[in-house]
Design a protein around this ligand. Structure first.
Ligand code: ATR
Length: 275
């Protein structure tokens, strides 16, 4: 029988997940559909009950439900337990199991570019997204992580949790040449304008500069990094890899991520460059 999957969120209309998963289902000849569902916070529990009644096989969760879904699930994988947030649910035949594939998705998208795990990493931001990435970097074996953040106390807390270091924004700007990898996780750059979370004046050419934002494809941070001859990575890779890990949990199949990065980049009006 045809299987079905979904993404729930509020808002949800602009999600690219249905396009991504439907494309992969088709590529692999899997008889399944993936549906975006608008779920308001007050309807979350009822919606989950309804999806179970209608034998859903798995789903993604986006804002604002990533945390509030947790009490309804039967089991959490380590990634979700550490974060207390879930972006993917799969049915294991008995239970609905929650996981969080965002951090691992980011790290996998970066490792494709042969990033050396001993390079010094500067993580810019200390919110939920930064925390997921920091924990995933640790799991993947990165050894030297420094956190910087506007609110310094949050940088200190995250650094303590992962056994890394913390620096103020100003100190990170002064010491920028030390870092081989910069990861931009703040929401600066989402809005229009030329805002940068930190000045990139002292960045070394060849540094890997990654931004988790994919809309716009080129944030002011990436634009500046490009001018400084860094290797730039936008957030499309993270988006595609978090989806690929979910797809594998649902189907056991590793989908074609590189082709999907190209399709999504083009959908967002960009030109695909394989670096
Ligand atoms: P998310 O889950 O997307 O990470 P979040 O937990 O609200 O969202 O975290 C947002 C991050 O962006 C934080 O690091 C935040 O810095 P503060 O901890 O100082 O708030 C950062 N951020 C948001 N707006 C910012 C701005 N205008 N300048 C600098 N940092 C900003």
């Amino acid at each position: 029988m045809k299987k079905w999957y979904a993404v729930i969120g509020d808002p949800i209309a602009h999600s690219l997940s249905p396009f991504m998963h439907d494309t992969w289902f088709e590529e692999h000849g899997i008889d399944a559909a993936y549906i975006p569902i608008h779920v308001e916070p007050s309807q979350l529990e009822k919606s989950f009950e309804a999806m179970k009644t209608l034998s859903i096989s798995g789903f993604n969760i986006t804002l604002p439900h990533k945390q509030s879904i947790v009490p309804f699930l039967h089991k959490l994988e380590e990634s979700a337990m550490q974060m207390n947030t879930v972006n993917t649910v799969h049915y294991d035949g008995k239970k609905f199991v929650g996981s969080n594939t965002d951090g691992d998705g980011f790290v996998q998208s970066m490792l494709v570019h042969q990033v050396d795990k001993t390079k010094k990493v500067l993580l810019i931001g200390a919110g939920g997204a930064a925390r997921g990435i920091a924990l995933a970097l640790k799991r993947a074996g990165f050894t030297d992580i420094t956190v910087t953040n506007r609110t310094f106390r949050r940088a200190e807390e995250l650094a303590a949790e992962i056994g890394g270091s913390s620096v103020t924004l100003t100190e990170s700007e002064e010491r920028l040449a030390e870092f081989g990898v910069l990861i931009q996780t703040t929401s600066v750059g989402l809005a229009t304008g030329e805002a940068l979370p930190i000045s990139l004046d002292r960045v070394q050419a060849g540094t890997i500069a990654a931004d988790i934002i994919y809309n716009p494809l080129e944030t002011p941070f990436l634009k500046k990094a490009e001018e400084k001859n860094c290797v730039t990575l936008n957030g499309v890779g993270m988006f595609v890899y978090q989806g690929a890990i979910a797809f594998e949990k649902w189907t056991g199949i590793q989908p074609d991520t590189e082709k999907m990065i190209q399709l999504i980049t083009e959908k967002l009006g960009g030109t695909y460059v394989n670096n």
